[in-house]
Design a protein around this ligand. Structure first.
Ligand code: NAP
Length: 379
C-alpha cells in the first residue's frame, strides 16, 4: 500500500511561485520513483510573508507556525524583507521561533555549471552557519531615539566610552551555549558524513569577545572528540583549523579544494554563502536547510528577487536541490540522489535558465517551467 507523506510548504514571495511551480512535480515524481511507489507526497500549503500579510494581516499566521511545529518539517521559498524600516525578517524570525540553530548550505560544483574559476571541480564545501545569534538577534536602536541615547549615556557614564551623539547602535551577541551546541552539531555531522575537515571562520582578531570567543569555544568542543578530530593533517581524523574571515574569502577563490566544512558565525556564513555560490554558477543553484533539534525547514539560499517575479525565468535549481536535502534528511537518500542526478544531467545538456546561460557561450536560456519539466523527465 502507498503511504502518504504530508509535507508543509510555503511558496514564498517574489519569485517564490515561479520556482515552486517548477519544482513541485519533481518532488512528487521523485518520491514515487525513489521508493518504488511506496510513498507519495501530500502537500500542506501554508502562508507566510507578504502573501500572509495581505490575506491574514499577519506575516506569520498561527496556523503556519502550528502546522510546522506539528509536522516538524517544511519546505519554503524566499520571503521578502524590506531594507530599513518596516518589519524585521520573517525568515530570521522563523529560524528563531523554531530554534533552527544550524543552517546547512552545500556548495558543490557539478559538470556543466559555468564558473569564473579555472578549476571549479575543486569546489565542494558545506557552509554551516550559526542561525540564531550574532547581529541577527535584531538588537539595535536607531540614531536619535530615546533608547540609543540611553545606551550612549550608559557607555559614556559607566564604561568610559564616548561615541558621537548621532550614533545608531547594534548589539552582536554570541554565547558559549549557542556556539557549543552548534559546534557539536557540526562535528557530529562531519563524522556521520565522513567529511575531511572543519574550518572555523571568524574575525576574532578584531571582535575578540564575540567571534574570537566563538573560535575559542569551538576549539574547546573539538578537543572533546580526540578519536575523531585532529588539529594537524591526519589521514584518519577530521582536521580542525580556523581562518580569519577576510582571508577565507580569498582562500575559497584561490584554493577551494583545501576546504571542506566551514563553521561560521551567522553574518560570516551569510556573506560566504553568496560568495561561494558565485563560484559554481550563482545563487540560482544554492540550496539550504535550517535545522534545529525538533524542526527543519528547507529553503534556497537566495531571496525573493522581486524584479523577476512572475516572469517564469529564474533558476529553480536552488529550491529543487533544497528538496533533495529535505529528502535526505527524512531518510530518503535514493530520492535525493535521483533529484541531484536529474538536475546535473539537465544542466549538462545545456538546458539552463538565464542566470547560467549568460555565463556560457552560445547557450539560449530556457524558462523556469521548462527547466523543471526537463529535470522531471530525467528522474
Ligand atoms: P535575492 O533575492 O537573493 O536576489 C539577488 C540576485 O540574485 C538577483 O537579482 C539575481 O541576480 C540572483 N538570483 C536570486 N535568485 C535567483 C534565482 N532563483 N535564479 C537566478 N538568479 C537568482 O537578493 P535581494 O534582491 O537582495 O533580496 C530580495 C528580498 O529577498 C529581500 O527582501 C531580502 O530580505 C529577501 N531575502 C530572503 C531570503 C529568504 O527568504 N531566505 C534570503 C535572502 C534575502 P541578477 O539580478 O544578477 O540576475
Amino acid at each position: 500500500m502507498t503511504e502518504i507523506i504530508k509535507i508543509p510548504c510555503i511558496a514564498g514571495d517574489g519569485i517564490g511561485d515561479d520556482i515552486w511551480s517548477a519544482s513541485r512535480e519533481i518532488f512528487e515524481e521523485a518520491l514515487i520513483k525513489g521508493t518504488a511507489g511506496q510513498k507519495k507526497i501530500k502537500w500542506i500549503p501554508l502562508l507566510a510573508g507578504l502573501k500572509a500579510l495581505e490575506k491574514e494581516d499577519k506575516l506569520l499566521p498561527d496556523k503556519t507556525l502550528e502546522t510546522v511545529k506539528e509536522y516538524k518539517i517544511a519546505i519554503k521559498g524566499p520571503l521578502t524583507t524590506p531594507v530599513g524600516g518596516g518589519f524585521r525578517s520573517v525568515n530570521v524570525h522563523l529560524r528563531q521561533i523554531f530554534d533552527l540553530y544550524t543552517c546547512v548550505r552545500p556548495v558543490r560544483y557539478f559538470k556543466g555549471l559555468p564558473s569564473p574559476l579555472k578549476t571549479p571541480e575543486k569546489v565542494d564545501v558545506i557552509i554551516l552557519r550559526e542561525n540564531t545569534e550574532d547581529i541577527y538577534k535584531g538588537i539595535e536602536w536607531k540614531e536619535g531615539t530615546e533608547e540609543s541615547k540611553m545606551i550612549l549615556d550608559f557607555l559614556k557614564n559607566k564604561m568610559n566610552v564616548s561615541l558621537s551623539s548621532d550614533t545608531g547602535i547594534g548589539i552582536k551577541p554570541i554565547s558559549k551555549t549557542g556556539t557549543v551546541r552548534f559546534t557539536k552539531w557540526a562535528i557530529d555531522y562531519a563524522i556521520k558524513n565522513k567529511r575531511r575537515s572543519i574550518t572555523v571562520v571568524h574575525k576574532g582578531n578584531i571582535m575578540k569577545y564575540t567571534e574570537g570567543a566563538f573560535r575559542e569555544w569551538a576549539y574547546e568542543v573539538a578537543k572533546e572528540y580526540p578519536k575523531a578530530i585532529s588539529f594537524e593533517e591526519s589521514d584518519e581524523k577530521i582536521l580542525f583549523n580556523d581562518r580569519i574571515a577576510d582571508n577565507m574569502f580569498m582562500q575559497m577563490i584561490l584554493r577551494p579544494d583545501e576546504y571542506d566544512i566551514l563553521l561560521c558565525p551567522n553574518l560570516n556564513g551569510d556573506y560566504l554563502s553568496d560568495a561561494c555560490a558565485a563560484l559554481i554558477g550563482g545563487l540560482g543553484v544554492a540550496p539550504g536547510a535550517n535545522i534545529g533539534d525538533n524542526v527543519a525547514i528547507f529553503e534556497p539560499t537566495h531571496g525573493s528577487a522581486p524584479k523577476y517575479a512572475g516572469k517564469d525565468m529564474v533558476n529553480p535549481t536552488s529550491l529543487i536541490l533544497s528538496g533533495a536535502l529535505m529528502f535526505r534528511y527524512m531518510g530518503f537518500d535514493a530520492v535525493a540522489t535521483l533529484i541531484e542526478k536529474a538536475v546535473e544531467e539537465t544542466i549538462q545538456n545545456g538546458l539552463v535558465t538565464y542566470d547560467l546561460a549568460r555565463q556560457m557561450v552560445d547557450v539560449k536560456p530556457v524558462s523556469s517551467s521548462r527547466f523543471g519539466r526537463e529535470v522531471a523527465e530525467r528522474l
